[in-house]
Design a protein around this ligand. Sequence first.
Ligand SMILES: C[S@@+](CC[C@H](N)C(=O)[O-])C[C@H]1O[C@@H](n2cnc3c(N)ncnc32)[C@H](O)[C@@H]1O
Length: 311
Amino acid sequence: MRHHKAHFKDKTVLCNCDDPRVSNFFHYFAYNFEHLGLKRLITTCYKSQSSDLFSENSAESAIYLEYLGDKNGNRVPDVEEIGVKQLNGDGDFRSPECIELLKQADIVVTNPPFSLFRDYITQLIEFDKKFLIVGNVNSVTYLEVFNEIRSDRMWIGPSIRSGDREFGVPDDYPLDASGTRVDEHGNKFIRVKGVRWFTNLDFEERYEDLTLHKKYKADEYPKYDNFDAIDVGKVKDIPVDYDGLMGVPITFLDKYNPKQFRIIGSFNNGQHGAELGAKKVIAVSQGKELKWNGPVINQKPLFKRVVIQRR
Ligand SMILES: C[S@@+](CC[C@H](N)C(=O)[O-])C[C@H]1O[C@@H](n2cnc3c(N)ncnc32)[C@H](O)[C@@H]1O
């Protein structure tokens, strides 16, 4: 959040996939309301949470919170300063009443359910909102997301670039994967790989050039069987002097400076390959023949790529 402070002055922030009891987003914005100079903070709570003060109401409805800043001068959000308001429905971010709140927001900040990421981002685009949201790096292969990135209307935010991140999970969450943890208070945590910020808030580091050292040599950079571009297996090996098209791993987007490179397309089997104009060729994977328009070299299918070109 510290990379984006300047964006929040006099703005209405909406956290629309948040249970305010546990959301660190609500906590952060409420406690930093004056520091950021916010105008209004709205948090909608999805009903199907474990029962408590906010969601146990006999009605099938959820609530939303509104915070307009510190009134009594103690510079902390007190319970009586937070307006708890009733929603008619379950607080689904797609419901008409949540969309009404979305319309009132300037910037949306949350960690939406990864399973609904596609719907979530499509809605933000439709309503032309500024946003800072957490998602999985593989979401860039959704065409909706990819097209926004290619058009430089969305990018990967600063601060998370690789590795995994720890997330708090509810008590009933099964801790059956490695890297899980329970702290001394019994709070459960899991580690999630491939997490990134997705945003359309600008930040300076985005325009820093990726420093490259390697020079192009035809024998080190094979061409694809089905598309006129060279394959670059590692982002750090992007040749500094090659002007044609290059296929690079999607983690390139972590380092992408739109003034240094242009994004041509997503190279992946199916609709992406078709939109890029890649031919369908025979590829052999584990002894099986496939018809493939994702990246193929010497009949071997490769992992998805982003096709880029130096500016
Ligand atoms: C990954 S969690 C993030 C929670 C919160 N942003 C935080 O950081 O603590 C996703 C949240 O979205 C809520 N949720 C799930 N489906 C939803 C929907 N259709 N509309 C709104 N919220 C939803 C879940 O209940 C959960 O609280």
